[in-house]
Design a protein around this ligand. Structure first.
Ligand SMILES: [Zn+2]
Length: 92
């Protein structure tokens, strides 16, 4: 993927005060942040709105999500097998 120069995006956010009415509207700007992916240890550069830094680069984030899903499916399968084994034992 070629690296194109990006310019900050702007997003208007309503900031709420004591009342339910928006006290004022603040404009958040993206800034370029550099962080190290905890998984592949690659340094990442991303334009982000202010907030906590991400832990994973986009590709690792995708993989982590897939692994988590695979683990969930595996746990479910093991639980079902354990239950089936228990049922078999009781039938002896
Ligand atoms: Zn990564």
């Amino acid at each position: 993927m070629p690296e194109e120069p990006q310019s900050p995006e702007h997003q208007a956010v309503n900031v709420y005060g004591q009342s339910d009415m928006a006290a004022y509207t603040r404009t958040l700007s993206t800034r370029e942040v550099v962080f190290t992916c905890v998984r592949c240890q690659q340094e990442q550069r991303e334009w982000r709105y202010p907030g906590p830094l991400p832990k994973y680069c986009p590709s690792c984030k995708q993989q982590v999500a897939e692994e988590r899903e695979a683990l969930r499916v595996q746990n479910q399968r093991e639980r079902r097998q354990a239950e089936a084994a228990q049922r078999r034992q009781r039938n002896i």
